[in-house]
Design a protein around this ligand. Structure first.
Ligand SMILES: Cc1cc2nc3c(=O)[nH]c(=O)nc-3n(C[C@H](O)[C@H](O)[C@H](O)COP(=O)(O)OP(=O)(O)OC[C@H]3O[C@@H](n4cnc5c(N)ncnc54)[C@H](O)[C@@H]3O)c2cc1C
Length: 415
């Protein structure tokens, strides 16, 4: 036990209120801690912008647990310690001849923290990162270890569980053979007519706009190396003649290699390199997932309020996520596109714009990202996730005294 090592989240917009901070060295020590605590929350790498990891009681980091990466080549799975960051695992997988299907924009986030909030990358055929999980090992409210496996009735509610089911100690992830990729950046995709074609054009595609007009300033195309090299001009956009950062005026030195330079999956799927911190945390983020068919209408709705958005925006990104069956996943039961906003680091200036974006996206059943800034109320959230009551029942059954709850769970999953 000690004072809070993680005093704030990464962005600094959430000051953790934990009375005690713990960093156990072993699973046995963690079990003892959980058994003896009245209220406890895990924190991963603290990259969430919402107060989802906050608590007024015990907060625990798993970063001190032994860093296990156990690959089973026959089953094509890996079992990892939950506190590991993706970037600490992906190179080992590649060296062993394996890959994960997808990654988020940065490799610095913990695997358990990312899966708990439904974190995703892009690609019309790629599910959220939690869809690679086939088993979750966790310490329950009684301090006992248990494992929930794909196929168990509780499994779809146990992967994206917002930290409410227990402290996850290990995750088993599906692997596929390692693969090579190339990344290209295009500039100047005008209008919205071609956005769906652009997003479906490669393994993972991101569109970036500053909302200064109905256009995408950059298109990041992450191809598998088996896909044909794209032309110099495409959909009216031009291939960039040098590396680009998606935020105007920022040095692209932190970004993964572009210009078609071949490289392994884990060095092209994220936007940012592990060895660099992508920024000082000088930003806030919000993100909303909408059904895929709503994209063009939703873009027009945002375009109508672009004069409100642009002054507090660093960059807006559009990505794609395939549907899954995880009850609290952002892409639960629907193929989705994600509308992401990197804001300036000024909560007072940003919150009214977040509310305006939510009002503009309201007709499209936009699900807010659990780990980002949003103001959507609990009733609206309940209507957006039809299986939310099942998660409430699951939490109540496994944690009747509310040991793993916090204010955010009480607000959105009070049942
Ligand atoms: C620069 C930046 C880029 C980002 N890019 C993306 C992106 O590309 N795609 C995307 O979808 N999101 C993105 N995010 C959001 C981020 O992926 C999520 O907020 C993610 O949850 C952060 O992981 P973390 O380890 O920091 O979790 P934390 O913020 O520390 O915790 C998140 C939740 O996980 C729970 N948790 C953590 N560890 C455990 C555990 N061992 N057992 C049980 N519960 C646990 C916590 O209790 C909390 O509820 C980005 C965030 C930043 C700051």
């Amino acid at each position: 036990m000690g004072t809070a090592a993680t005093v704030t989240n990464w962005a600094g917009n959430i000051v953790f209120r934990a009375r005690r901070f713990h960093r156990p060295d072993s699973v046995a020590e963690l079990q003892e801690l959980v058994a003896g605590s009245e209220r406890i929350r895990a924190v991963g790498t603290g990259h969430s912008f919402s107060p989802i990891a906050d608590t007024t009681a015990d907060q625990v980091s798993l970063a001190g647990l032994p860093p296990i990466t156990a690959i089973d080549p026959d089953a094509a799975t890996v079992t990892v310690s939950a506190g590991l960051r993706y970037g600490e695992v992906t190179g080992l997988l590649h060296e062993a001849g394996f890959a994960l299907p997808n990654l988020g924009s940065l490799p610095h986030i913990s695997i358990a923290g990312a899966c708990s909030t439904g974190t995703h990358g892009s690609g019309v055929g790629n599910g959220a990162l939690a869809t690679a999980v086939s088993a979750v090992e966790l310490v329950g409210a009684d301090g006992e270890l248990r494992t929930v496996r794909r196929g168990d009735v509780d499994f779809p509610g146990s992967v994206v569980a917002l930290g409410g089911l227990g402290i996850v100690t290990a995750l088993t992830l599906d692997l596929r053979p390692t693969f090579g990729m190339r990344q290209w950046v295009y500039e100047g995709l005008r209008g919205f007519d071609d956005v769906e074609e652009a997003l479906a054009s490669a393994y993972s595609v991101s569109l970036f706009t500053y909302w200064t007009g109905p256009e995408f300033d950059q298109v990041w195309v992450k191809q598998r190396d088996t896909e044909p090299e794209p032309p110099a001009r495409w959909l009216g956009a031009t291939r960039a003649d040098g590396p680009r950062h998606m935020v105007r005026g920022v040095d692209p030195v932190h970004c993964t290699a572009q210009l078609g330079e071949p490289g392994p999956w884990h060095e092209r799927l994220p936007h940012f390199r592990l060895e660099f911190t992508p920024s000082s945390g000088d930003e806030l983020q919000s993100e909303y997932l909408i059904p895929r068919a709503a994209l063009v209408d939703a873009l027009h709705a945002l375009d109508r309020i672009r004069d409100t958005i642009a002054p507090v925006l660093q960059v807006c990104e559009v990505r794609s996520i395939a549907a899954d069956d995880l009850w609290l996943s952002l892409a639960h039961d629907r193929d989705s596109h994600a509308l992401h906003f990197t804001w300036i680091a000024d909560t007072n200036a940003v919150l009214p714009v977040v509310a305006a974006v939510e009002a503009a996206l309201e007709p499209f059943a936009a699900r807010p990202h659990w780990g980002k800034v949003f103001t959507t109320g609990p009733e609206a959230v309940r209507a957006l996730w039809p299986r939310l009551p099942d998660v409430e029942r699951l939490l109540r059954r496994h944690d009747p005294a509310g040991k793993f709850r916090n204010d955010m769970l009480d607000h959105y999953l009070p049942g």
